[in-house]
Design a protein around this ligand. Structure first.
Ligand code: ATP
Ligand SMILES: Nc1nc2c(ncn2[C@@H]2O[C@H](COP(=O)(O)O)[C@@H](O)[C@H]2O)c(=O)[nH]1
Length: 210
């Protein structure tokens, strides 16, 4: 029933295929996304998620996330406003229907940045995205990046590393992701990401010409 409703919701908004970026916290998803949105302005649009975590320095409400309380987020989920939601490292995260609609309504390629639970939930909807996993070269490198980012307290670093071990194991599941990119050198990873998305980028550019 739920899947059928989501399928109807998405088929009513046909356009370029969305892209789901996933991978452990600290793997480099936001860094790659930022570059993609900059280089392809007017091609990609970011699906702004909701979260109950506090904004980091420099993050903007409505741009990086919609920052909400647990009560508000739970009420919106109960009201059927979300495609998917998850508990991650002590906070709630979720993709609202409105966030995806906002991007797809402009005929842009909608990019979603979600954890593994989000990937599994989206697989049960009719969204039909391209699934891309961004992986770190090793757990040691991931830990170093997470610590050097200086956004997490020790408890949260540990929670995120534990979630990363699970994520790295599950992401090996055959067929779960269309593309797996190891983000060792950022520029190389970015070229790989761009290469994977080139056919969709071309479609949007062609559609804009007519
Ligand atoms: N290839 C790379 N080499 C070195 N540092 C990198 C590389 N890619 C990203 N980083 C750095 O690692 C840190 C984590 O990257 P980023 O915030 O993009 O990860 P993320 O996957 O978006 O994490 P989260 O899921 O927690 O939002 C950042 O400080 C970023 O500058
Ligand atoms: N299931 C979802 N996961 C999401 C969503 N937005 C972000 N995320 C994931 O959360 C973690 C942590 O993010 P951070 O910004 O606190 O570092 C990361 O893995 C994101 O991919 C969402 O809407 N749904």
């Amino acid at each position: 029933m739920c899947v059928r409703l989501f399928s109807r919701f998405f088929s009513a908004m046909a356009g370029p295929r969305p892209v789901v970026l996933s991978g452990p916290s600290g793997a480099g998803k936001s860094s790659l996304l930022k570059q993609l949105l900059q280089e392809f302005d007017g091609v990609f649009g970011f699906s702004v998620s909701h979260t109950t975590r506090k904004p980091r320095p420099g993050e903007q409400d409505g741009k990086d996330y919609h920052y909400v309380s647990r009560e508000v987020m739970q009420a919106s989920i109960d009201n059927g406003e979300f495609i998917e939601s998850a508990e991650f490292s002590g906070n709630m995260y979720g993709t609202s229907k409105a966030a995806v609609q906002e991007v797809q309504g402009q005929n842009l390629i909608c990019i979603l940045d979600v954890d593994m639970q989000g990937v599994k939930s989206i697989k049960r909807t009719g969204l039909n995205p391209i699934y891309i996993s961004i992986q770190p070269p090793s757990m040691d490198v991931l830990e170093k990046r997470l610590r050097e980012r200086k956004t997490e307290c020790e408890e949260n670093v540990q929670k995120r590393l534990q979630a990363a071990r699970v994520d790295m194991e599950i992401s090996r599941e055959p067929g779960l992701f269309d593309v797996v990119i190891i983000n060792d050198h950022l520029e190389e990873a970015y070229e790989a990401l761009k290469g994977a998305l080139l056919p969709e980028i071309q479609k949007v550019k062609e559609a804009k010409k007519v």
